[in-house]
Design a protein around this ligand. Structure first.
Ligand code: ZN
Length: 419
């Protein structure tokens, strides 16, 4: 019952997407490139695309969209009017229209059909076949959500909220690029910020969205202003909550841990497979176990999975592979499994929107006890597996599959993917 495209990894799939609005846009291309651009952008935003790509090939330029992490070809345009189109995009995003060799980054904003401001980040690079343009769409409501909308299960949400209550210590979110770490943390910051007055400071690379009542700073590699420098600067500015875009070196890790121990709530991300992997990564960076045990409030690992379209999802008879998998991971066969049939509401994709699947490891007294005998990755995972409060990424995903929120394929593909 599975489509072949479902077995490939995100980014490796390619599908074709056609809508009447796109047809109209493509028919305007040669005579009116600005009109083509307006229409492409409007429809892409309407379809909740995150990226729009103009990719020059030998004979033509391919136009593709990314929706819920998957790329779709929406059409091809010839090279004739492409120069006009690139100039138009460069002017709109305050870039130099005559510059063709250097990589250029710009941005501009438009309004969607509801009047909501949408920020567009434009990247232009010269390839062997012409200028490649990537337009990244940033809509505020997709970046900041309410914490309860993120997709935490009841137990996970409780654990997460307990970590936040402490108002000091370190909270880490880990996973690969594009797994929704920023959305989780931005939403958390927005939530913390709405109830009380805090000095919230961030050091990011890049700043993905301007947050209300938050003092955001950007890493500037060209002048040597790193995450660690930013963090040191922030500590002199009386912060209550700090968001460090990423911990990737020992110095940043050390300052983050120290800050967490001195009454500041520090939120950050780490490139690691899962929660235990992130813990080990911090030890590998040279942080002492006793410091980690007292500074860490908890670690969250997350992935994004596509949500089944509510309009066309239907139940089906689970396969033997699915039954065996459920039996092994959660100890019983699936109660029900669903898939999207495809309908006009989801452009026949069977999916609409994405949600997080989460693994939440709160560093409780119990976990500290488990850490007493030292840390061995496999042993720790085995011990945690016996604890009720600990739900792995895979288990959380399978539970959401059983609830008909997503598909088995989505969960397997995303939770087992190596970071
Ligand atoms: Zn549908």
């Amino acid at each position: 019952m599975r489509d072949s495209h479902n077995s490939s990894l995100p980014g490796e799939e390619e599908k074709i997407l056609r809508t009447p609005a796109f047809d109209e846009a493509f028919s305007a291309y040669s005579s009116d490139p600005p009109k083509f651009l307006d229409k492409i952008l409007a429809e892409s935003i309407n379809l909740s695309s995150s990226d729009i790509l103009f990719e020059p090939r030998e004979e033509y330029v391919e136009v593709r969209l990314r929706i819920d992490g998957v790329l779709y070809e929406i059409g091809k345009i010839n090279q004739d009017a492409y120069l006009q189109l690139t100039s138009r995009i460069k002017v709109l995003s305050s870039l130099d229209p005559t510059e063709k060799r250097k990589v250029q980054e710009g941005q501009y904003a438009i309004r969607d059909y509801q009047g909501v401001i949408v920020n567009l980040r434009v990247e232009i690079a010269q390839t062997t076949s012409g200028e490649l343009i990537v337009i990244r769409v940033h809509k505020k409501e997709t970046i900041v959500m309410s914490v309860t909308e993120l997709g935490f299960s009841k137990v996970a949400l409780e654990n997460f909220q307990n970590m936040l209550k402490k108002r000091s210590g370190l909270i880490l979110v880990c996973g690969p690029t594009g797994c929704g770490k920023t959305t989780t943390l931005y939403s958390t910051i927005a939530k913390l910020n709405e109830s009380e007055e805090y000095n919230v400071m961030t050091i990011e690379d890049p700043i993905e969205f301007k947050l209300e009542k938050v003092n955001q700073m950007q890493v500037a590699k060209e002048v040597g202003f790193t995450f660690a420098d930013g963090l040191k600067t922030i500590l002199r500015l009386s912060p209550d909550i700090i968001f460090v875009g990423e911990i990737r070196d020992r110095e940043t890790a050390e300052i983050a841990v120290e800050s967490g121990l001195t009454g500041i709530l520090v939120l950050s991300t780490l490139h690691a497979q899962d929660s235990v992997g992130a813990f080990i990564r911090l030890l590998d960076l040279g942080i002492e176990l006793y410091l980690l045990k007292s500074a860490l409030n908890g670690i969250i690992a997350q992935r994004l999975v596509r949500k089944l379209c509510l309009n066309c999802r239907i139940g089906y008879q689970p396969t033997q592979v699915e039954v065996d998998f459920f039996q092994k991971v959660i100890g019983h066969p699936p109660k029900q499994l669903m898939k999207g049939k495809g309908c006009s509401a989801c452009q026949n994709l069977g999916y609409k929107g994405r949600m997080g699947i989460f693994e939440v490891l709160p560093i409780t007294l119990r976990v500290r006890e488990l850490l007493k005998s030292g840390v061995n990755e496999e042993e720790l995972k085995e011990k945690l597996g016996k604890e009720d409060f600990f739900v792995t990424l895979l288990k959380d995903g399978l539970e959401k599959t059983e609830q008909g929120l997503t598909s088995f394929d989505e969960v397997i593909k995303n939770s087992l993917r190596v970071v």
